[in-house]
Design a protein around this ligand. Structure first.
Ligand code: WT7
Length: 635
């Protein structure tokens, strides 16, 4: 029996049982059979959730790019590794073979070295979805540098915060990016960010939109001339299994974004294993994940997981709405995509459009459809199933997080019967539990609680960069000896899981994880604002949208409210990015507070969601009278 590739439900249950009873034996077999190690591990797993400390494949040596590239050269050197589909359908797609990828990664790696980057140094990557993004990620991994990709939709302030937090020595960017009919001045954003960063010595700039940009002497260099003269041979740096591979920032409910630290060996094994099983990838398939590499989905399921399996992975530069709402389906037809992985927010937006946009194209190549990032509602699930999958491609609703590195709960297509809105069963190696508010595990089925995981899996984040205490506090302190996910979930009568949403102050807007506190901090920067509170409310397309309650200083109260709203959103755009803009801003004289001064967000959430039927007991509030005022003026 192969542990690596599950094809039937009985097989799943058998493999699952073994993986939970004997995780070391299970993962050792997977690691042994399917990867290239320069030295074997001394110990498969050691862990202590109290410290917390987690080590997989300790003592092993490897380079992840040898697994993602070199070892494929003899068997599939001429196979397309990365299929680049540009923003404009008029620009030809690029088929980058494994051989070419090998050359280009090596050249890039040599440029990094020549520019002073060494093993362990952090490199910040702020690039659009062009081949250089995937190649630079792999080039860092080739030489043991730690990449920190920042999504190229983040603002300059968000960028500088992340650069400073991980003390990146270098930034990789481009002269701009295409986004549908628009262009974005990425280099200008980098210049602005770097005014606040003293750690960066070098900025390498890729050419994409041929714009006339400023180059700062001694700091900025064009990338291409350096690549042109670099050698296409670069010995892979031999890494320890537990050496850092990358840092990726994610929002927390409070404070700074958290730099989740992922390490090499376990991350590789788990992303490769889950890619194979969740997408049932076969050798000649074309796989497409529509995410941006700036998110964990792109790291694990555009770059590392697919390439570790020798797959053809599509990288799409554009947006689903350009030149029209049929673009996704046009690409599926054009490249005969077999596995298609996207987010519920995209599905909902496309479902609003005329069906012609879908029906115009031949989607018969599709075998598996995926969903990720937030709960998929029943309507969107059926639309996807009926119109895209034509009821014959199973939908894998994959639940996971930046912190988990890989997919945790998901159907295995053609094995696990799917059920709308259910992520269904834990993958091998994942042992979930539901906890009540008193820290007691809720056993049995048909129950709901807070989702925790009882034991480590190979790709769990090992720390928060520079703040191990926060890692402990956030994930390992709510419940004894468990990883706490921050999500609520229910378990149905057959043991299927349905994720019900965040139970903390993180709001998922269009699949993007946003913490309320940093947005409130931005709003409070406005000189007319005294205090603010932000909550989520249900939104047709975005899943959740943001609702801000704002108390103005006396000086601000006479100002035009629409102008104030615009200015507040402008500040948010500058501090975080346009994704964090507020859909509704209600000005109020007060916020409901407990006697200890805590804002009662539960009440604000209900009012924002137009559900004021049961606000609970408000009489114990410090200022109960304000509740009625807020209801009366709700937007
Ligand atoms: C949060 C993690 C994992 C890559 C993208 C998001 C929510 C994610 C699902 C799903 C319901 C989901 C959770 C989770 N989430 N996938 N299939 N069903 N909720 O990564 O930005 O770290 O966000 O996204 O609330 O905690 P992330």
């Amino acid at each position: 029996m192969s542990n690596y590739h599950i094809k039937h439900l009985e097989e799943y249950y058998g493999v699952y049982r073994k993986s939970i009873q004997k995780p070391e034996v299970f993962w050792e077999e997977v690691a042994e059979e399917h990867f290239l190690w320069r030295k074997r591990w001394d110990k498969v797993l050691s862990w202590d959730f109290n410290k917390p400390e987690i080590k997989w494949f300790e003592g092993a040596k490897l380079n992840i790019t040898e697994n993602c590239i070199d070892r494929h050269l003899t068997v599939r050197g001429d196979k397309t590794a990365i299929l680049f589909e540009p923003n404009s359908p008029d620009e030809p797609a690029q088929h980058i073979t494994y051989k070419e990828l090998h050359e280009r990664v090596n050249r890039f790696a040599n440029v990094l070295k020549q520019e002073g980057i060494q093993k362990g140094d952090r490199v910040c990557i702020y690039l659009p979805m062009i081949p250089e993004l995937a190649i630079s990620v792999l080039a860092c991994a080739r030489i043991g540098a730690v990449h920190s990709v920042v999504f190229a939709g983040f603002s300059s302030t968000a960028l500088s915060t992340r650069i400073n937090d991980c003390e990146a020595k270098m930034v990789l960017t481009s002269d701009g990016s295409y986004r549908g009919a628009k262009t974005i001045d990425l280099k200008g954003i980098v210049d602005e960010a770097l005014e606040d960063c003293s750690c960066v010595d070098t900025v390498l700039v890729a050419k994409r939109i041929q714009s006339d940009i400023q180059m700062k002497d001694g700091r900025d260099k064009w990338l291409q001339p350096l690549l042109d003269v670099a050698s296409d041979q670069c010995e892979a740096e031999i890494m320890d299994a537990e050496d850092p591979l990358f840092i990726l920032y994610t929002s927390g409910s409070t404070g700074m974004p958290k730099g989740m630290l992922h390490t090499t060996g376990g991350y590789m094994v788990y992303t490769a294993y889950t890619f194979k099983n969740v997408f049932q990838y076969d050798e000649n398939d074309v796989y497409w994940c529509t995410a941006d590499i700036g998110w964990i989905t792109g790291h694990s399921y555009i770059v590392y997981g697919p390439l570790a399996n020798g797959a053809t992975t599509v990288m799409f530069e554009g947006v689903p709405s350009y030149p029209d709402m049929g673009r996704f389906w046009e690409i599926v037809e054009k490249h005969k995509v077999n596995q298609f992985y996207t987010a519920p927010t995209a599905i909902r937006a496309l479902a609003k459009e005329n069906l012609d946009f879908v029906e115009k194209y031949d989607l018969s190549s599709l075998k598996v459809l995926g969903s990720v990032g937030e709960p998929i509602n029943e309507e969107a699930w059926h639309w996807y199933n009926d119109n895209v999958g034509k009821k014959k491609s199973p939908i894998v609703d994959t639940w996971w997080q930046t912190e988990t590195g890989g997919i945790m709960i998901s159907p295995i297509p053609f094995a696990t019967p799917t059920k709308p809105t259910y992520a269904t069963l834990p993958l091998p190696g994942i042992n979930p539990s539901l906890m009540d508010e008193n820290g007691i595990e809720i056993k049995g089925n048909q129950v709901d609680g807070r989702l925790c995981i009882k034991a480590p899996w190979p790709s769990i984040a090992r720390s928060i960069w520079g703040n191990h205490q926060r890692y402990k506090d956030t994930y390992f302190s709510a419940y004894d000896n468990m990883y706490f996910t921050g999500d609520g979930a229910l378990r149905d009568e057959v043991g299927y899981y349905r994720i019900t949403g965040r139970v903390d102050d993180v709001i998922i807007v269009s699949g993007h994880n946003l913490g309320t506190a940093p947005i409130e901090d931005a709003v409070n920067e406005h000189q007319a604002v005294a205090e603010s509170a932000i909550v989520g409310f249900p939104h047709d397309i975005k899943g959740n949208a943001l609702y801000g309650y704002v108390i103005l200083k006396e000086t601000g109260e006479t100002r035009n409210q629409d102008n104030l709203r615009k200015e507040i959103n402008q500040i948010i755009t500058e501090h975080i990015g346009p994704i964090a803009k507020l859909d509704k801003i209600q000005f109020t004289s007060g916020l409901p507070k407990t006697r200890s001064g805590k804002i009662m967000r539960r009440i604000l959430r209900k009012i924002a969601g137009k559900d004021t039927s049961n606000l609970g007991d408000t009489s114990t509030l410090l200022n109960p009278e304000v509740v009625q005022e807020i209801i009366d003026n709700a937007l």
